[in-house]
Design a protein around this ligand. Sequence first.
Ligand SMILES: NC(=O)c1ccc[n+]([C@@H]2O[C@H](COP(=O)([O-])OP(=O)(O)OC[C@H]3O[C@@H](n4cnc5c(N)ncnc54)[C@H](OP(=O)(O)O)[C@@H]3O)[C@@H](O)[C@H]2O)c1
Length: 372
Amino acid sequence: MRMRGGFSLTVFFALACACARPTASVDQTPTTEVSQASAEGGAEQGVAAELDQTPSIIKAMRLHGFGEPDVLVYEDAPLPPAPGPGELRVRVHAVGINPLDHKVRAGMVPRLVADRFPFILGWDLSGTVESVGPDVSAFAVGDPIFAMLALHRAGAYAEYTIVHVDEAAPKPASLSHEQAAAVPLAGLTAWQALVDTAALTAGQTVLIHGGSGGVGSFAIQIAKARGARVIATASAANQDLLRELGADLAIDYRATKFEDVAGAVDVVLDTVGGNTQARSIGIVKAGGIIVSIVAPPDPEALAARGIRGTRLIVHPDAAALVQLGALIDAKKLTPVVSQVFALAEAALAHTAVASGHTRGKIVLRVEPRGAH
Ligand SMILES: NC(=O)c1ccc[n+]([C@@H]2O[C@H](COP(=O)([O-])OP(=O)(O)OC[C@H]3O[C@@H](n4cnc5c(N)ncnc54)[C@H](OP(=O)(O)O)[C@@H]3O)[C@@H](O)[C@H]2O)c1
């Protein structure tokens, strides 16, 4: 993505990453794979066709209880069963990390696991279709796909997992698997907040909190692609990143009160909550909207200003993933991948994401078999 000043985001993040962590690496090399998502799957249709080399025992990172990152155990696990109707079994090449991952591991969202230990975390993945369910025509064996799994399912921290067809879309051809795995949950959250909920249009002004994080880095770019004026907040170290992503006004939230320099906005995307959310309500113009992804806005405060407000919970959406993919291949949207760890190093990724200061996204690489 060529940014103002002729600085490429790809180069920028490759450099930032190379400096960030010796054991982490970033694969920014675009692949040449093209997903056809074709109904012409040949003999595979109507049966769960499996590749000969599919193992019966796979490697997975499994959770044996709630707690610190060391409850994650990299170990053998059974191959997920053959895909049923509407399902794909996918060879996972890369997994996107979200704050949700460490919150669930720490026991902050126990209902998502219930008593299903050993539990396989992970909602974001990029991989290759290994087998298809009986009625699947939208994907064929060998298709590269990216997907957000339903919140109640999870299972991406593994060499193979089950993906429902309505959770998946063809992987953007211009992205590597590691880049593509960074997109789904955070990209869909930004899309569902700004496009589906706020119906952001050209000429409107949007305030995006946490613009350098996973959701915010997609939100800035989506808002700019829709022709909006973007105000974004982050710490001092990420001011350049906000501008590279397209923010018209970048605010260091520690140095400047955003309400002192921004006002009369049409839309706020709240990724922070608390006092930041309460102060944000005060600068939304009448008829505007605040969409929070962390906490429901106070109804009385909304009514007092004559604005709307809601809390969004992201959900899988294959059609929106296709639209994100189109923006990506049109070079209007670029995932920011700041760190890549091996699947076996998921604990390190959890410690990093738990800081609340992730720059763009963190990704796990799933090694080819035999590379362990
Ligand atoms: N409801 C949903 O469906 C949904 C979906 C996705 C995420 N979430 C939640 O939304 C939150 C954000 O997710 P994420 O993936 O974007 O997290 P993330 O990747 O960890 O990014 C957080 C960002 O927030 C910035 N930040 C921290 N404190 C801030 C403050 N006081 N003001 C402004 N920016 C601040 C950080 O920037 P600096 O490092 O520069 O401080 C960082 O870039 C998390 O709590 C996550 O669990 C909810």
